[in-house]
Design a protein around this ligand. Sequence first.
Ligand code: UDP
Length: 324
Amino acid sequence: MKVLVVGGAGYIGSHMVKALHADGADVITLDDLSSGHADAVLHGQVVRGSIADTALLQRVFSAHRFDAVMHFASFIQVGESVRDPAPYYRNNVLNTQNLLEAMLAHGVKRFVFSSTAAVFGEPAYTPIDEKHPLAPINPYGWSKLMVEQMLQDYRRAYGMASVCLRYFNAAGADPDGELGERHEPETHLIPLVLQAAAGRRPHITIFGDDYDTLDGTCVRDYVHVTDLCSAHLLALRRLTAGDAGGRFNLGNGEGFSVQQVIATARQVTGRDIPVRVESRREGDPARLVADAGEARRILGWAPRHADLAAIIRDAWAWERRSSP
Ligand code: UDP
């Protein structure tokens, strides 16, 4: 099994390369290293370049016979996508189409796509299942939904099988301590909280404590990065068995508020974590919790690191390695 991992030097992609290698696959990473790190790719060859580069795609697909492609390379910041949508549509939609066309040109017909809970927009109900209306409230969410739509049409017209995995809040780090989250700038809650615990930041800022939730702060469904990887392996197995694919929500079905995350991080680290409350961040729904029943039933997904303290413990071990 030979798999092209686009964005394999990024946070989730690098964990995926490790998981694929452990599963016996031959992995090639394609990454432009605009936000990823070459030293995070623990196995296989790294091709440095962008899916914007159609000539490069032509070379990569001519040099290898891939059984499948997994695509993790996209811009992910909601607020930035509102202020400056153009790069989001260019990179997340148009460049992804380049990739799909290169696949078609070379007869590669299995695709696993990193999608997001942002395709749902403001929840009409929670937990969110796959029947929930699709109504993004920011360009980031729209860019992912557009690719989902493209994949549905490509499946029907060209027989390209694909699975879209909608991550809720990816978090945690490789339990072996080899990999972790290294966004620059970091915008995600758990690594920021742990940087505050480590003294690398003076405090953590809470974006709004006036939401209609148990303590007024936003509630999210945190899912361990290695559990996301196991869902990708199951999706790949399904596609390899001849299935046409589908769309699945990935989360643990349990929501934690920002305050609860901070309290759990205090317990795990034994450190004081100073907090400041500021105004709401634009585009943040109050509560996002997944109903991942379909992933469990159809893919056979069984998250093994669902406990929030366990997720934070792995992220903390990584934080301490990277900032002793
Ligand atoms: N958040 C926060 N302070 C921060 C970063 C995030 O209060 O410094 C909140 C954010 O408003 C959201 C939750 O933490 O409610 C998770 O945010 P994150 O950016 O980690 O993921 P997202 O939900 O945007 O995918």
